[in-house]
Ligand binder design. Structure first.
Ligand code: NAP
Length: 449
């Protein structure tokens, strides 16, 4: 019976497990889905914004897979020096790494690390209750915020900054973050792209949502939008981009309402420095750009400062190397061919990748399905070679011998119950537990844990 480890229980890990057990090509396959955290679902739990209930409800589909008879969730198991990839290969017939892209891309400009300048991923981790997140206060003392980048993460954090306490309270956001965001005095949020509106990475649904926020209006400068040839003549644009442009055009035509909060959408401004005052962020200096006719931009030598007390750098995620696995630092991914890990250009038997660590941090959750399927197809083709390997027994014993104390499904269920109880005690729905101690004590309280 082949026993496969999937490392990571986000969408790519769970879709990989699903492909393994449901494809039927590996009869009697058993799959252990390991995660560093005691909680499953990866970015669906710790990345999807709390007010996106519909996307969050995808957890229900992922849950069905993790509860499949052939699948076992083992949380709280970290692959690292104590439990390296080589050890996993001894314990399992094959291992699929679905570890995502845990870090943020850097801008590489002066002032990037000033207090008050955070990566959007830090901010998202905090309001999503990731147990490694630091509470940096974020919005304390801020009236104006700048979000650098115009992808869907930028839209998420911009929207979260513009939402009021009443809208956030029904979410599962941790209580401390709710208190901080609920008391926020941020009134102006600038979301700034270095290229034009027709090159923005956000999707139309996410963009449109910005105009639905209560007491918030969108501020645009039609002349700035019109620097983009695609904006002036949208007919030739691909449909998805044209829809974005049409939404922006509609907003630009609206009169200002004088709402309490404003989201300013700015384009053709590239960040050159995060400026400071008395050791804290004071704003961002941008260089005006113009289209270069090839989809890129060139600098014009004109500069504009936007004053702000909070800067969120939302310029994409970045994969991080896992000790003992090869890594392409340029792309932030593990080198592979059709999901088979390559070491020194040669296929490493029994090692696979899927998801963002395989293809880079792009695409929506559903993109992980075909990605996982491709990897599983490779794995199934290779199976005759690796299933002959004799395993020492149940890999769980080997994990424990290596020092791991796995949180099994019952432990995770206990966390869910504790979060529901916490929410009830606060007069809210389920509320996430934001710290390691709280998560582990809930998990270890489970019968049999
Ligand atoms: P993204 O879509 O790659 O967007 C990154 C943004 O940062 C782009 O606007 C990019 O501009 C800009 N950027 C990169 N380097 C820059 C620099 N040096 N200076 C200024 N701007 C820079 O990344 P993301 O927003 O992190 O999203 C990651 C993935 O998750 C995406 O596939 C996204 O769709 C997905 N996601 C989806 C949802 C949803 O469906 N609701 C929510 C969140 C995330 P250029 O284009 O000019 O490089």
């Amino acid at each position: 019976m082949p026993h496969i480890a999937v490392v990571g229980s986000g969408p790519s890990g769970v879709y990989t497990a699903q492909s393994l057990v449901r494809q039927g090509s590996l009869p009697d396959v058993r799959v252990d889905v390991l995660d560093r955290l005691p909680c499953p679902y990866g970015l669906v739990r710790y990345g999807v914004a709390p007010d996106h209930e519909k996307i969050k409800s995808l957890q229900n589909n992922l849950r069905t897979v993790l509860q499949d008879d052939g699948v076992r969730f083992l949380g709280g198991v970290e692959i690292g020096p104590a439990l390296p990839p080589a050890k996993l290969l001894e314990l399992y017939h094959a291992v699929v790494y679905c570890v995502g892209a845990a870090a943020d891309r850097r801008l590489g400009i002066l002032g990037e690390d000033l207090p008050g300048s955070w990566s959007a991923t830090d901010f998202v981790a905090w309001y999503s209750a990731h147990p490694d997140a630091r509470d940096d206060g974020f919005v304390h003392g801020a009236r104006t915020a700048v979000t650098i980048g115009v992808g869907n993460v930028a839209v998420d954090v911009t929207r979260m900054l513009a939402r009021g306490a009443a809208e956030l309270a029904p979410t599962d956001m941790p209580q401390a973050a709710l208190g901080t965001l609920g008391a926020s005095e941020v009134r102006d949020v600038y979301m700034v792209g270095r290229r034009g509106p027709s090159q923005a990475r956000f999707t139309t649904k996410e963009l449109r949502e910005l105009a639905t926020l209560p007491e918030t209006e969108i501020v645009l400068d039609e002349a700035e939008l019109a620097l983009d040839p695609g904006y002036r003549e949208p007919a030739a644009l691909p449909a998805a981009v044209r829809r974005n442009v049409e939404v922006l055009r509609g907003w630009a035509a609206l009169p200002r309402r004088g709402a309490a909060r404003r989201i300013h959408l700015r384009f053709f401004l590239r960040p050159v420095e995060i400026t400071g005052d008395r050791g804290r962020v004071a704003g961002v200096r941008f260089e005006r750009t113009r289209p270069d006719g090839r989809g890129g931009v060139t600098g014009t030598g004109e500069y504009e400062d936007i004053g702000a007390q909070l800067v969120l750098r939302s310029v994409g995620y970045r994969g991080v190397p896992l000790e003992g696995l090869p890594f392409d630092a340029e792309r932030g991914t593990v080198p592979h061919t059709a999901g088979r890990v390559l070491r020194g250009g040669l296929v490493s038997p029994g090692e696979y990748v899927a998801g963002w660590i395989k293809r880079g941090p792009t695409g929506v959750i559903g993109t992980n399905r075909p990605c996982a399927k491709e990897t599983v197809t490779s794995l199934v083709e290779d199976a005759p070679a690796f299933v002959r390997k004799d395993l020492a027994g149940d890999p769980l014993a080997g994990l424990v011998a290596a020092g791991a104390r796995p949180v099994e499904w019952d432990g995770w269920r206990a966390i869910e119950l504790a979060e529901a109880a916490l929410g009830r005690s606060l007069g809210r729905g389920s509320v996430k537990i934001p710290d390691w101690a709280g998560l582990l004590s809930a998990a270890r309280g489970a019968p049999g844990a």
